[in-house]
Ligand binder design. Structure first.
Ligand SMILES: Cc1ncc(COP(=O)(O)O)c(C=O)c1O
Length: 462
């Protein structure tokens, strides 16, 4: 008689305290259908964690503009507030108050004309939603003006550089607006005043100017564009408002270039968006949309709801949204203050410039931007380098864990292939040195691989 009864593999694994994921060889994991039964939470979590190991390391992801490092206190605060739905204002009045404070803090930072605590704006899930809201407000205001003047309201258009982030093309397609994309040129990688002006007509709902172009980090000259549009209106042409897409720059320019007039100091700027989850230093999930004043936000876009207890107004695409990132934004405002933001942004940009200089010193590369504005720069291979491409460089860096995107520029510069590095808080000079070392190694490796091929090609030719 056996000393022990036969046990099932599950029991055996539990007995040995081995997680069933590793203890049961044939544990089936459902991938594309809901499993029939349950799993203990620890086992399910282990399965998910294990799969996620195959993702890239977020801190080494130099493609994203979004926060990947946060202080433990911020993390804890987010965990504490994960269950708060921002839309339940009546139930969570203090979260609503915190959102209102953030909007007012940003309105002051961006020099809104009134600072009476009643700034006009909303939190969003990110700059994309904020862009949709900004674009919708432009469209509705334009339509109201046209209707009042007895003019047709079909075929509205929006003027912007071909370097806009995809959210603006989405806005145009989703909300039936013609995108007027001004092509970029070899020495003009973003929108400038005269080409913008040339695209404007009576059906233009607005011009989008970007503070921190996604392609190379540069600021578009919002002031020049505003002056050109002032001139257009003064000469009897259409009166075209500006929306500033300050997804990244909205949290950088006020601290590092306080004298630069890009915001509500320019009367032509009707609205601004920024991502709290980029240089606002909040993890993914928060953006901001602000309007100059009540008149800039048409009332027909704001809905009043009374089924949450109390009556409240909402202007957003989604109804339910997490409150935690808004709370985390306020934490950062309190934690860093003006001086802290200034210091963090400056150090981050200094690191970006340090890495840009290091890249510039490497023979095959040429900088397209040098983190002059936001801590972002782009670079390309010099014209003579034909043995390998920026895509090869990106792939080789991946072998060291670095995620550096390679892509081509928008029309009319599609032949310009670049790499881009986004430096964020949490990327130290020390990591920058390691990145440069690996970039040097990557180049050496690619050149070595290319050399025999070049020799073979040459002998074949002879
Ligand atoms: C200039 C610009 N606008 C809008 C966006 C979209 O922002 P989000 O990812 O917050 O939706 C980005 C994202 O990189 C951006 O760089």
């Amino acid at each position: 008689m056996p000393l022990r009864r036969r046990v099932s593999p599950e029991e055996r694994a539990a007995e040995l305290s081995v997680n069933p994921v590793y203890g049961i060889g044939d544990l089936e994991i459902c991938r594309y259908e809901l499993p029939h039964g349950e799993l203990p939470p620890g086992v399910a979590a282990q399965i998910v964690r294990d799969e996620l190991m195959l993702d890239g390391n977020a801190r080494l992801n130099l493609a994203t503009f979004v926060t990947t490092w946060m202080e433990p206190d911020q993390r804890a605060l987010i965990a504490d507030t994960l269950d708060k739905n921002i839309v339940d204002r009546d139930e969570y009045p203090q979260t609503a108050e915190i959102e209102r404070r953030c909007i007012n803090i940003l309105a002051r930072l961006w020099n809104a004309p009134e600072d009476d605590g009643n700034a006009v704006g909303t939190s969003t899930t990110g700059s994309s939603e904020a862009a949709m809201l900004g674009g919708l407000a432009l469209k509705h205001r334009w339509r109201a003006r046209r209707e009042a003047a007895g003019l047709p309201t079909d075929r509205p258009n929006l003027v912007m550089g071909a370097n806009v982030q995809v959210c603006w093309e989405k806005f145009c397609r989703y909300f039936d607006v013609e995108p007027r994309l001004v092509p970029v040129e070899p020495r003009r990688h973003h929108l400038t005043a005269q080409p913008a002006l040339a695209q404007c007509d009576e059906r233009t709902i607005g011009v989008v100017a970007i503070l921190g172009s996604t392609f190379d980090g540069s600021y578009e000259p919002v002031g020049d564009i505003a002056t050109a549009l002032d001139g257009l209106a003064a000469s009897g042409g259409p009166d075209v408002p500006i929306h500033v897409d300050a997804a990244s720059g909205g949290f950088v320019a006020p601290f590092l270039e306080p004298g630069l007039e890009w915001d509500f100091r320019l009367p032509r700027v009707a609205s601004i968006n920024a991502s709290g989850h980029k240089y606002g230093h909040v993890p993914p999930g928060v953006g901001w949309a602000l309007w100059r004043d009540e008149d800039s936000l048409p009332r027909d876009l704001v809905f009043s709801v009374d089924y949450l207890g109390g009556s409240d107004s909402t202007f957003s695409l989604n109804f339910s949204r997490p409150g935690a990132p808004v709370v985390a934004q306020y934490f950062n405002f309190l934690r860093l203050g003006h001086e802290g933001y200034e210091r963090v942004q400056r150090v981050t940009r200094d690191v970006a410039r340090f890495v840009a200089d290091g890249v510039d010193a490497l023979a095959p590369f040429e900088l397209l931007s040098r983190a002059e504005h936001i801590p972002v720069f782009a670079f390309k291979l010099r014209d003579g380098v034909t043995n390998y491409t920026v895509y090869d460089v990106s792939r080789t860096l991946r072998e060291h864990g670095w995620l550096v995107p390679a892509y081509h520029f928008p029309p009319e510069l599609e032949d310009l292939h670049v790499l881009r590095i986004v430096v964020r808080n949490g990327f130290s000079r020390d990591l920058g040195e390691l990145l440069l070392r690996h970039l040097r190694d990557a180049v050496a490796e690619l050149e070595q691989q290319a050399a025999p091929r070049a020799k073979v090609d040459a002998s074949f030719h002879h």
